[in-house]
Write a protein that binds this ligand. Structure first.
Ligand code: DAH
Length: 363
């Protein structure tokens, strides 16, 4: 039997090596290890041997069988990779081709729509758009923002750390883009930075990944009145009503001094949420005057420069404006949800034609 195994092994190894695709390889598997395969046949035949012979032949056969199974697996992986690479090399998408005529099927996600609406307003106010990486280092996410190691403020944000490092985190806030901007550009600075942010949180109003937009204005005379008027003007345009009241409550953020949380006037009558003055208040965002330490950390002299910053949740703004109750549903990829809350692709928000065409007609 040993001679038989030896010959079979040689033939099989050669066949496996020469298999050109997954179909050919599978044929070899069936012919060797399948129900009527040659190795299976040998396995069956040892029943006829004496007890002694059966033991040693059984051992040899098992080793042989495992060896061939491993070779088949390895070759399968190699062929799969090869086929994928061939497919990647041969399939291309020409993104310059015009949009297919039937644009009525797809929908723009409310987060994309609201980001676009916000950027449209800020662009009109003269803000530039800045970006930073999702995987951020400790310096930009914390340290330079006046949150040194062991500072209790680090616990305000439940951080995801990258594996095997203490230096790299999934950014917990877009505020790091403030630092990146000030490092690379001399004032006057006037930027907004939208993007994904991450925290260990999960309930109706929190998801592990969410979106923020950060604002930063630095110049020699920028003050709180500028912050307030920027936000009031923004809210009027964003919520598409002049009846906007903003309230600033003293708060604490390590990177601003003084710090505030801003609330917008709203009503919840008969279960309907509305932005309007004179009823209740709804928490909107954090903001303040950039802390002198933050300016210093970016090489700016706080005796010359000052400015304001603000940061808010894009998803939260989408929930408020379009009456979406549960944040978790944003990221379920449920077609029924996106058909209901999504927007038509070619209706791009503009200040003149309307941001959302009264929040609904565009859907
Ligand atoms: N980064 C803060 C957070 O995620 C939000 C924030 C507050 C940003 C105040 C700011 C600011 O720029 O000035 O909770």
């Amino acid at each position: 039997m040993e001679q038989q195994i030896k010959e079979m092994k040689q033939t099989l190894i050669q066949a496996i090596q020469q298999a050109e695709n997954l179909v050919a390889l599978d044929e070899i598997r069936v012919k060797s290890l399948g129900k009527n395969g040659c190795i299976t046949g040998l396995m069956k035949s040892i029943g006829k041997l004496s007890a002694e012979e059966r033991k040693s032949a059984g051992q040899i056969l098992n080793v042989f069988k495992d060896e061939i199974a491993t070779l088949l697996d390895d070759k399968k992986q190699t062929l799969e990779l090869q086929e994928m690479n061939e497919r990647l090399a041969s399939q291309t998408v020409d993104i310059t081709l015009p949009v297919r005529p039937n644009t009525n099927i797809g929908r723009i996600h409310p987060v994309s729509q609201v980001t676009e609406e916000m950027l449209t307003i800020f662009a009109q106010m003269g803000f530039e758009v800045a970006e930073g990486p999702d995987i951020e280092d400790d310096f930009h996410n914390f340290e330079a923002l006046n949150i040194p190691a062991a500072h209790p403020a680090r616990q305000m944000q439940a951080t995801f750390f990258m594996e095997n490092t203490t230096d790299k985190v999934l950014r917990t806030q877009t505020s790091g883009v403030q630092i990146r901007t000030m490092e690379n550009k001399k004032p006057p600075i006037k930027i907004v930075a939208p993007g994904r942010t991450y925290r260990r949180d999960y309930d109706m109003t929190h998801t592990p990944m969410f979106h923020q937009i950060e604002g930063l204005v630095i110049d020699t005379e920028t003050n709180l009145a500028h912050l307030k008027s920027t936000l009031v003007e923004f809210m009027k345009l964003f919520f598409e009503t002049d009846d906007v009241a903003l309230r600033f409550r003293p708060s604490y953020f390590p990177f601003t001094e003084p710090s505030y949380e801003a609330d917008v006037g709203c009503s919840r009558e008969n279960g309907e949420f509305k932005i309007k003055s004179g009823a209740g208040w709804c928490e909107l965002l954090g903001c303040g005057m950039v802390h002198p330490n933050v300016l210093r950390n970016c090489g700016l002299d706080p005796n010359i420069y000052q400015g304001f910053a603000f940061g808010c949740g894009i998803d939260r703004f989408a929930m408020l404006k379009y009456g979406i109750p549960d944040l978790r549903s944003f990221f379920d990829a449920d077609m029924r949800w996106i058909r209901h809350y999504g927007f038509l692709p070619l209706d791009i928000p503009t200040i003149t034609s309307g941001l959302s065409l009264n929040g609904g007609l565009k859907r």
